[in-house]
Design a binder for this molecule. Structure first.
Ligand code: ME8
Length: 520
């Protein structure tokens, strides 16, 4: 089946009950890289992120601060929006669940589930974790010494007993299992898929989907004393974002079902069990994929002294640079697994991969072109075996990247690109163009041309991860704006000999400790 041209991708929507943290930043960066990749590959992309502003957790945080939940979101949401800008996200929309449009969409999906006969009134009696905004079966919880009971994510649960609407989740087990089987790509990575399948096989209980003990949320249609369970409203954001309930609207028709929900592993159950069940009940198509990334941990090493609180994404961006932080996380952490970060690991990646491997190659080859080729793309003559070998691996790279991206293996894509950067470095060192200047200037020109072509390809392919630095590299190669997409890779967009190049500038500076810099 040919892929459709549209591509709709989302992050989870964050609880703005505090400041954005590194987990939010990581998810946003990864999703942005996927969105940018698809755009460069010719798809019409709709990328949405946003905030999840209702629920008991927000209410309780506001109570503690002595303010209303509306004041709490007004205080905190701007930092999430600033983070999106600071990290250079290319999102097409930032959704807030307090928007009137979202209230309308949530009430509409509720009504559809009600019309399907899947919603009924009852009394909930069971365990609830406010931190996770999740109901847990008793056998998923554990009583600790001292009397606290913890849920499977290690957060405290409390006993809840109140009148509530229920969703007939128990009726969906077989249909969900069938869907997972027929669409093995629906849940990724495989470890999460197995986890979800065994949870569903264990038997599903009906889900309590309304609460009467607090007000901060979306009222149930015709029963406003009930407030929707926050996850019913939260998950619906993905529909609101593309215009639901206007199912005949252009945006909805173009972009639903979503191609990918990128989320963290702690919320897979909501996205891979509850969400498809709600959609099946409402007669709406299911998203194509739900992919759970891992969690990030600070290894505990002291970060740079000037950085202070390193889990603050703004501080990380200030200390290392946005593209550098984006590159680090996506290269260092296999996407889908947990990862850790430390000042040393970040500096190592910046200095080895960016400044040395890519930056030096660009600097050395482009300054030779500046000095020896009158600052123009050199005229190549005939290609040797070595030239052809490098060009072949350069030209094949995009397909390798597409394959990796097909599995959201961002780290594999970057490893493939850096393998070619390594090939190009070995080629450049082996051909010694600086020696050829006097003895064989034609050969020097060819070597510099082939190196520049490798750089062009690498710059085009690294744009999703490092949008600013890659654009600067394309600027110094004088690649026109309209020749920076993947369709321009290979023959089609080859650098034209004779094209004037601007004076090269250093694009990937080495990281220097602030103390060393001050002492120098
Ligand atoms: O879960 N490392 O919001 P949230 C990596 N509102 N990812 C992390 C992380 C960490 N240390 N900590 C959190 C919610 N995340 C809901 C989502 S979607 C309809 C509603 C991830 O602010 C987490 O897994 O607690 C989730 O995907 C996202 O950050 C927002 O977490």
């Amino acid at each position: 089946m040919p892929e459709r041209k549209q591509f709709y991708i989302t992050t989870a929507i964050a609880y703005p009950n505090g400041a954005p943290h590194i987990g939010h930043a990581y998810e946003a960066i990864a999703t942005d890289a996927i969105a940018r990749f698809q755009r460069l590959d010719g798809r019409e992309v709709f990328f949405m992120t946003g905030s999840d502003e209702h629920g008991i957790k927000m209410q309780q945080t506001a109570d503690k601060a002595g303010i209303t939940p509306a004041e709490l979101v007004a205080r905190n949401v701007p930092a999430f929006q600033r983070m999106a800008e600071r990290l250079n996200l290319s999102n097409d929309r930032y959704i807030r669940t307090t928007e009137p449009e979202h209230h309308r969409a949530s009430q509409a999906i509720w009504q559809r589930m009600l019309d399907s006969g899947d919603i009924y009134i009852g009394t909930y009696a069971g365990w609830y974790s406010v931190r996770d905004e999740a109901f847990y079966a008793e056998d998923e919880t554990q009583l600790q010494e001292g009397g606290t009971r913890l849920g499977p994510q290690g957060t405290p649960v409390e006993w809840v007993e109140e009148k509530s609407y229920f969703f007939r989740l128990s009726a969906y087990g077989d249909r969900l299992l069938k869907h997972y089987e027929e669409h093995p790509e629906f849940i990724g990575p495989d470890s999460r898929r197995n986890e979800v399948v065994s949870f569903v096989r264990g038997g599903l209980q009906d889900l309590s989907i309304s609460r009467t003990t607090f007000q901060w949320g979306i009222p149930v249609p015709d029963a406003p004393e009930h407030i929707m369970y926050v996850w019913v409203d939260a998950l619906t954001n993905y529909l609101t974002g593309v215009g639901y309930p206007d199912e005949n609207g252009e945006t909805f028709r173009k972009f639903w079902p979503a191609d990918a929900h990128i989320i963290g592993k702690d919320i897979i159950r909501f996205h891979a069990v509850y969400w498809p069940a709600f959609l099946l009940s409402a007669g709406l198509e299911l998203p194509k994929r739900v992919f759970a990334h891992g969690f990030l941990f600070n290894k505990g090493e002291k970060m740079s002294k000037s950085v202070g609180n390193v889990i603050d994404p703004f501080a990380l961006a200030d200390a290392y640079g946005v593209d550098q932080v984006r590159y680090f996380f996506l290269r260092e952490v296999p996407f889908g697994q947990d990862g850790s970060y430390s000042h040393e690991a970040i500096v190592q990646r910046i200095n080895a991969d960016l400044a040395n491997d890519l930056g030096n190659l660009a600097q050395r080859s482009l300054s030779m072109i500046g000095k020896n080729c009158e600052g123009r793309v050199p005229q190549w003559s005939s290609f040797t075996e070595a030239d052809r070998t490098l060009m072949t691996s350069v030209d094949r790279l995009v397909d390798e990247c597409r394959r990796a991206m097909g599995d959201f293996a961002l780290h594999t894509m970057l490893a493939a690109i850096w393998r070619v950067v390594g090939d190009a470095n070995r080629y450049f060192a082996g051909e010694e163009p600086w020696r050829l200047k006097k003895t064989d200037p034609d050969r020097m020109n060819t070597v510099l041309y082939v190196t520049a072509e490798a750089l062009r390809t690498v710059a085009i392919l690294t744009q999703p991860v490092m949008p600013t630095a890659s654009a600067r590299l394309l600027d110094v190669l004088n690649v026109p704006e309209n020749a920076r997409d993947f369709a321009s890779l290979g023959e089609k967009g080859r650098l034209q000999p004779g094209t004037e190049l601007p004076a090269p500038t250093a694009i990937f500076p080495r990281y220097v400790e602030p103390d060393e810099g001050a002492a120098a």
